[in-house]
Design a protein around this ligand. Structure first.
Ligand code: 13P
Length: 253
């Protein structure tokens, strides 16, 4: 069964108490949510992971994610947080390969591939982000760019490991810009990603993997994007910081 997912990426926002309040508001607004085919994931700064995982223990279908993990497992790496440490907080997911990590912090495809392996070994489900820059789309290189990102990220994984990953297609030109991909643009790329997964990992993995859209997805445009057959939900930045907006997005799944 393909799971539909609304995932929030809080990025570098929310003090500890603000984050706990936001998670409580989302839980309260959701009420008696129980849909086996739907998941809601909050990707928070590290400081919130354990507190929110404790709140979500009592709720159905709610999960916590980190936004990054270290390339290292332990030792003298000041400031780093390993995949195993993240898992020990109760978090079940980790975003890897976000374009902000690639472009601001210099993460390469190879580093991201290594982090995916560490996350899987620690029992975390990676939310793997891919997507092209504007100039790459303008030069019609977007399919090749995304294919390369996927190929390097997934090449050493078994089909079983691939099935533990969530993919997020986030065109870089749409992130935080208000320039959302059209539903047709999103569908075209999601369909392409699914066909690439079929080649890497097999048809049944491709059919069951969740592929999320991210990039200026909000309470107004979510339902038209999510109506596309290969768009299984969204990875939401700005609009996920307002509980009411995020809940509208959840109800658009
Ligand atoms: P926005 O929804 O703010 O465009 O951010 C998208 C994103 O980067 C989610 O990971």
């Amino acid at each position: 069964m393909r799971i539909r997912i609304a995932a929030a990426n809080w990025k570098l926002n929310q003090s500890y108490s603000e984050g706990i309040n936001l998670a409580n508001s989302i839980t309260n607004l959701l009420g008696n949510f129980s849909d086996e085919s739907t998941k809601i994931i909050l990707a928070t700064p590290f400081i919130h992971l354990h507190g929110i995982a404790e709140i979500f223990k009592r709720a159905f279908g709610l999960h916590v994610a980190a936004q990054n993990c270290s390339l290292y497992t332990s030792g003298a790496f000041t400031g780093e947080v390993s995949a195993e440490m993240i898992r020990s907080t109760g978090a079940e997911y980790v975003i890897l390969g976000h374009s902000e990590r690639r472009n601001i912090f210099g993460e390469t495809d190879e580093m991201i591939a290594q982090k995916i392996k560490l996350a899987l070994a620690a029992g975390l489900n990676p939310i793997f982000c891919c997507g092209e820059k504007l100039e790459e789309r303008n030069q019609s290189h977007h399919f090749q760019v995304v294919r390369n990102q996927l190929m390097i990220a997934l090449k050493d994984l078994t089909p079983q490991q691939v099935s533990e990953i969530v993919i997020a297609y986030e065109p870089v030109w749409a992130i935080g810009t208000g320039l959302t991909a059209t539903p047709d643009e999103a569908q075209e790329m999601h369909k392409f990603i699914r066909s690439e997964i079929a080649t890497f990992a097999g048809a049944s993995q491709a059919e069951s993997i969740s592929i999320l859209y991210g990039g200026s997805c909000n309470a107004k445009n979510a339902s038209t994007l999510f109506a596309m057959p290969d768009v299984d939900g969204g990875l939401i930045g700005g609009a996920s910081l307002i509980a009411e907006d995020f809940i509208k997005i959840v109800h658009s799944l």
